[in-house]
Design a protein around this ligand. Structure first.
Ligand code: SF4
Length: 205
C-alpha cells in the first residue's frame, strides 16, 4: 500500500514546489512515482486527495515566502491535470508574493485539457520546463507510455513551439547520463528549431 499524506508544498534548495495532483497521462518507465514514495526534501508526495484551491492557499500561509527564489509546480503528477487550481494558485502567488513561477510539465497539457492552454499562461507563468526525454519519437513512446499514444511526441513538440508566444522562458530538458552525446546533440538541434533553450538536468531536479 502506498503511503499518502497532504504534502502540497515542499522545499527544494531555494525554491518552493507545489504538488497539486498525482494524475498523469503517462507512465514513464523512469518515473520516480514507480520506484519511490518520497523525495528527500519533501516526505510523501502521494496525495490523499486532490487539493482544492482553498487547501493550497491555506498551505502557503505556513511558509515564509521571502525565503524562496521561485515557485515550481511539479510534484508526483502532471500539474496541468489540475489546470484550474494551478492557474488560480499562480494568480494568488503573483498577487501576494510577486514570485517567479515555473511549471515542470510533460508538455501534454493540451491533450489532457482538450484545448490550447498556453494563452492562459500569459503574464502568469515565467518559465515552462518541458520534458523532451529523447530526440527519437519511437523511443519516446516506449519510455513515456502516454495514454494519448503516438500523437504525444508531436503534441509535446508543438506545445513547446507555441509556448514561446506566451511564456518568457521555455526550456526543454533531458536527464544527464540517459542519452548518448549524439542524442543530446539531436536534442539541441530540436530545441534550436523550436526556439527554446535546451537543458541537460541532473536526475531528480
Ligand atoms: S510525466 Fe512525470 S509524473 Fe508523469 S509518469 Fe512521467 S515522470 Fe511520472
Amino acid at each position: 500500500m502506498k503511503h499518502t499524506a497532504m504534502t502540497i508544498l515542499y522545499e527544494v534548495h531555494d525554491n518552493l514546489y507545489v504538488n497539486l495532483t498525482n494524475k498523469c497521462p503517462c507512465a514513464c518507465t523512469f518515473c520516480l512515482r514507480q520506484t519511490r514514495e518520497t523525495m528527500e526534501e519533501s516526505g510523501p508526495l502521494w496525495l490523499e486527495h486532490t487539493p482544492s484551491l482553498e487547501e493550497v492557499i491555506a498551505e502557503f500561509q505556513k511558509f515564509d515566502m521571502n525565503k524562496y527564489q521561485e515557485v515550481v509546480f511539479c510534484g508526483f503528477g502532471e500539474p496541468t491535470e489540475a489546470l484550474d487550481v494551478l492557474l488560480a494558485t499562480a494568480r494568488f502567488i503573483k498577487e501576494q508574493f510577486g514570485k517567479p513561477i515555473r511549471i515542470n510539465t510533460n508538455g501534454l497539457g493540451n491533450l489532457v485539457n482538450g484545448k490550447d492552454i498556453l494563452p492562459l499562461f500569459k503574464g502568469l507563468i515565467d518559465t515552462l520546463s518541458i520534458s523532451l526525454n529523447t530526440p527519437n519519437a519511437d523511443r519516446y513512446h516506449e519510455l513515456v507510455r502516454s495514454r494519448f499514444g503516438e500523437q504525444s511526441f508531436d503534441a509535446m513538440l508543438s506545445f513547446a513551439r507555441n509556448a514561446v508566444n506566451y511564456v518568457p522562458e521555455v526550456v526543454m530538458t533531458t536527464v544527464a547520463t540517459t542519452l548518448t552525446s549524439e542524442e543530446e546533440e539531436q536534442c539541441r538541434k530540436i530545441c534550436e528549431e523550436l526556439g527554446v533553450r535546451y537543458r541537460i538536468r541532473p536526475w531528480e531536479d
